[in-house]
Every structure is written in C-alpha cells, then in structure tokens.
Design a protein around this ligand. Structure first.
Ligand SMILES: CC(C)(COP(=O)(O)OP(=O)(O)OC[C@H]1O[C@@H](n2cnc3c(N)ncnc32)[C@H](O)[C@@H]1OP(=O)(O)O)[C@@H](O)C(=O)NCCC(=O)NCCS
Length: 218
C-alpha cells in the first residue's frame, strides 16, 4: 500500500505469517468473547499494523477500539484505515492536520458474479469496463475502489453510501481512479464541505487488488 499513498501517511503491512499480537483491553472488549478465530486474527492483525504505522509516525502504540458500527476509533489527532483479506492485512495512519481522511482496501483479484457486479457497478462503469484492456478483472477494481471511497467518506460525513452512490472512473495507464459522489448524498451530508470527488490510486497484483485514497484538509 506504500506505493498508493502520499508520504504523510504511514503504512504497515502484514503477510500470512505475521498475524498475531496482543490487543489492548479496550480493543478486546470490542471484539468480544464470541468472535470466531478468523475474525479474531483479522482484527488483531489490523491493530498490530495500526500500531506499527503509529510508530513510523513517531507516536506511541495507542489502542484503536471499534465504534458500534465497527469503524475504527483512532486516537485524537490521527486518521487511519485498516483492510484485511486472505493472507494480507494493512493499516495506514496520518496526522489529521496533514490528511483529512484516508481509506484503503484489498480484495482478491477475481471475477465478480453477475449478481454482485450488478450491485456494485453503475451502467456507465460497465460501459467503461467494456473498453478497458483485457487481463484484469476491472469490476473487482471498481469494487475495491468503492470500499476505499466508503472508508474515506464515512469517517468525515458519518452517513451511509451505497455502491451506486459513487461513479468510479479508472485510468489504467496512471493507476488512478476518481469517484464522483451522487449529488443527493452530498446534499444530505450533515457536515460542511462534504467530499464530492474522491481520488485515489490502485494496483493489481496477481491475486490481489489494492486501492487507496486520501482527502487533504481544506
Ligand atoms: C466497511 C466496509 C467498507 C469494509 O470493507 P471490507 O472489504 O468488507 O473489509 P476490509 O477488510 O477491507 O475492511 C475492514 C475494516 O474496515 C474498517 N471499517 C469498518 N467500518 C468502517 C467505516 N464505517 N468507516 C471506515 N472504516 C471502517 C474496520 O477497520 C474494518 O476492520 P476491523 O473490523 O478489523 O477493524 C464494507 O464491509 C462495507 O460495509 N461496505 C458497504 C459500504 C460501501 O462500501 N459502499 C460503497 C460506497 S461507494
């Protein structure tokens, strides 16, 4: 993810053999006693990566509990994001006076079923996919970009955003994307200056799609 984010954002990544560690009590309380082992491992790996990213910023390794909606609660003065998929986990952290919001997502690089694709992609996005070079599952890239967009949008605005509420445009040569948020969602956002356009970067490795985006402070 380092390649997808600006230098002001600290990034830590965990591979398949690097998923253990001790949670803070506040984090363990959010996870609860009934979490299955795979969920416990994902949650723990995310917190370990978050603390490594904080250390890279020269900050102490603080707890990152989860809110009731499962969004991470970052220490005051920080923004951050976590993603995990099979065998891969990453966290990114930045100072909120330098970065307004950061989002990041990793997904398996594979074909989406027709039903999932309909839920994710707008007709304009399907039209664009038809013109993109072969060899990449572009709907999976759009899916990941939209999850990244949600992770940027939600901490700033607090509102839900559906997959059809953002129109993603990919630039395959530059490895960048833009997501235009639907005017209706922008109009009802209960904050000043909600983001209308979220720009980010993507990368497709053999089996992994990665996307990331930031908003800079106004
Ligand atoms: C929240 C969501 C984006 C997470 O994405 P995912 O691919 O399922 O899972 P990832 O592993 O990439 O990310 C999970 C992490 O996201 C973070 N997260 C959860 N809710 C979040 C929120 N509301 N805002 C920001 N981050 C959130 C958490 O840190 C979570 O990990 P943790 O529970 O271990 O702490 C997804 O489950 C979701 O609800 N999507 C629907 C909304 C959406 O994407 N709309 C598209 C708008 S264009």
């Amino acid at each position: 993810m380092r390649d997808l984010l600006p230098p002001a954002v600290a990034v830590a990544v965990a591979g398949p053999d690097d998923w253990s560690g001790r949670l803070h009590a506040a984090e363990a309380a959010c996870l609860g006693d009934r979490a299955v082992e795979s969920r416990r491992r994902d949650f723990t790996a995310g917190r370990m990566c978050a603390r490594r990213a904080m250390a890279a910023l020269g900050l102490p390794p603080a707890a990152v509990p989860a809110a009731a909606d499962r969004s991470p609660v970052w220490p005051a003065g920080l923004v951050g994001t976590i993603t995990h998929t099979r065998g891969y986990c990453a966290a990114a952290v930045a100072r909120s006076d330098e970065i307004r919001a950061v989002g990041m997502d990793a997904e398996q690089h594979r074909e989406l079923s027709a039903g999932v694709r309909r839920l994710i992609c707008l007709p304009e996005e399907d039209e664009q996919v038809a013109q993109l070079p072969p060899g990449i599952h572009w709907p999976a890239v759009i899916f990941s970009a939209k999850e990244t967009v949600y992770k940027v949008w939600h901490p700033v605005v607090g509102n839900w955003l559906d997959f059809h509420d953002a129109l993603v445009r990919l630039d395959p040569d530059a490895g960048t994307f833009t997501a235009r948020i639907s005017p209706a969602r922008v109009a009802e956002a209960p904050v000043d200056h909600p983001p209308t356009l979220i720009s980010g970067r993507f990368a497709v490795d053999t089996d992994l799609v990665r996307t990331a985006a930031t908003l800079t402070p106004r």
